[in-house]
Ligand binder design. Structure first.
Ligand code: NDP
Length: 449
């Protein structure tokens, strides 16, 4: 509950202005509730209108994306780029192509990204973009034409010192390649650091593909070690989703001694008591781009269950929600508690509803918000930009080692902030406060801009 008058007033303004943007309001409220613990120490923030500025994107771009499908029919999608906050560096954040994309989702993701990027300790501001275009079921040629049209507008708003997009849901290596090609054609510049998640032959970084999932496990391993004196060894793990984050999270869980028994897509989940066979899963998802149900047809002893939300009913020690926002509600969280789960570490952005977070925390489970535990993706994007700038490529192990160190530091920053706030081990409070303080200091130093 908000009790501080300044926080209440600014939140009420946001609510009045953006009443229909439910995901955005949810993200702002969670952060404001954490700031309750530090706001009294900073009366200068109110005098400088800091929070009013913090909740308002510096710039929001919305544009038409016309393209022609394989049948010669003209289609029109809506494109977005929310350039949220550049206090500590150029805007940085992914592009999402999914039919559910709207301004509320873009703003919540951009808002979260500010704090996430701050936690990485790299000089990156926050932004997010995307479109309600659905790449599923489209041919490569259709995806290419869409990406070219999208970039034909976006290119004038981005640049390595302005705004550096990357991938997210529905935007992987294929889409980044098409976007980069069009940017290069329009600008006549090979400006590698304008997009991250690029292919290895044209400026991409080794380990970027794996970074979000690996980073999630590095962060979680720190939390398990320091807060529960344990590890992944021998633990049963459930990972929702089966996209980029989920795949490499599952791979690293296995390396660290855990066993992933269930994964999902938006239609349903698979359960394999022997541990998910990742060779089969990667083939289904990366090569065939097929539904996850195919796994149960091909792997003896596994089963497929319709309805992705039921995945939280599978008994496990550790849960990694890695699909999408609000994928775990109170019922899912209660099922995890009832089955003796000990920790929920988020891979997706805001995958738990506020009610689910309360159930997880009130029952003493470890919990980390995505803005801390999934920051390895954007951190490695930052490392990709560095390599582009110095015109060097680091080895997989060099990047992975840097990623590991960054995730350890993020855990420490969150933990230390939780202690300073009088809530030791509350990594949500720690992430929100640690991420915010750095941005707030930079904004205060730069005046009212
Ligand atoms: P992908 O597109 O690679 O995979 C998304 C997965 O989630 C798919 O299995 C998809 O199933 C499932 N999914 C998507 N929407 C829903 C939904 N509404 N309900 C249930 N399942 C859904 O995306 P990523 O793996 O890249 O991203 C997953 C999450 O991680 C997102 O929240 C993203 O913002 C976050 N993230 C990603 C980073 C990255 O580096 N990629 C970095 C930091 C955070 P289906 O195929 O059926 O749609």
């Amino acid at each position: 509950m908000l009790t501080n008058e300044y926080l209440k007033r600014v939140y009420a303004q946001v609510e009045a202005r953006d009443a229909h943007e439910s995901e955005f309001l949810q993200a702002v409220r969670e952060v404001f509730e954490s700031l309750e613990l530090v706001i009294d120490k900073h009366p200068e923030w109110e005098a400088a209108g800091l929070l009013e500025r913090f909740v308002e994107p510096e710039r929001t771009i919305e544009f038409r994306v016309p393209w022609v499908d394989d049948n010669g029919v003209t289609r029109v999608n809506r494109g977005y780029r929310v350039q949220y906050n550049s206090a500590i560096g150029p805007y940085k954040g992914g592009l999402r192509f999914h039919p559910s994309v709207n301004l509320s989702i873009m703003k919540f993701l951009g808002f979260e990204q500010i704090l996430k990027n701050s936690l990485t300790s790299l000089p990156m501001g926050g932004g997010k973009g995307g479109s309600d275009f659905d790449p599923k079921g489209k041919s490569d040629a259709e995806v290419m034409r869409f990406c070219q049209s999208f970039m034909s507008e976006l290119y004038r708003h981005i640049g390595q010192f302005t705004d550096v997009p990357a991938g997210d849901i529905g935007v992987g290596a294929r889409e980044i390649g098409f976007l980069f090609g069009q940017y290069k054609k329009l600008t006549d510049r090979f400006d590698g650091a304008v997009l991250t998640g690029k292919g290895l032959t044209y400026g991409g970084s080794l380990a970027r593909t794996q970074a979000t999932g690996f980073g999630l496990c590095y962060f979680s391993a720190e939390a398990l070690k320091h807060l529960r004196n344990t590890s992944y060894e021998g633990k049963t793990v459930v990972v929702s989703g089966s996209g980029n984050v989920a795949q490499y999270c599952a791979q690293k869980v296995g390396v660290l001694g855990g066993k992933v028994v269930a994964m999902s897509d938006s239609q349903g989940y698979i359960y394999d008591p022997n541990g998910i066979n990742l060779d089969v899963l990667f083939d289904i998802k990366q090569k065939r781009r097929a539904r996850i149900s195919v796994y149960a047809d091909e792997v003896a002893g596994s089963t497929y269950v319709e309805g992705c939300k039921n995945i939280w009913k599978v008994k496990c020690d550790i849960a990694h929600p890695c699909a999408s926002q609000n994928e775990m509600d109170a019922e899912g969280a209660q099922a995890l508690v009832d089955n003796g789960c000990m920790a929920v570490f988020e891979g997706a952005n805001m995958p738990l509803t506020p009610e689910a977070i309360a159930i997880i925390q009130n029952n003493g489970l470890l919990y980390s918000p995505g803005k801390a535990s999934n920051a390895g993706g954007v951190a490695t994007s930052g490392l990709e930009m560095t390599q582009n700038s110095i015109r060097m490529s680091w080895s997989f192990d060099e990047v992975d080692e840097k990623l590991h160190g960054i995730m350890q530091n993020i855990f420490k920053a969150c933990y230390d902030a939780s202690v300073e706030c009088g809530k030791p081990g509350d990594l949500m409070v720690g992430a929100n406060v640690a991420g915010f303080l750095k941005v707030a200091n930079a904004m205060m130093a730069q005046g009212v801009v």
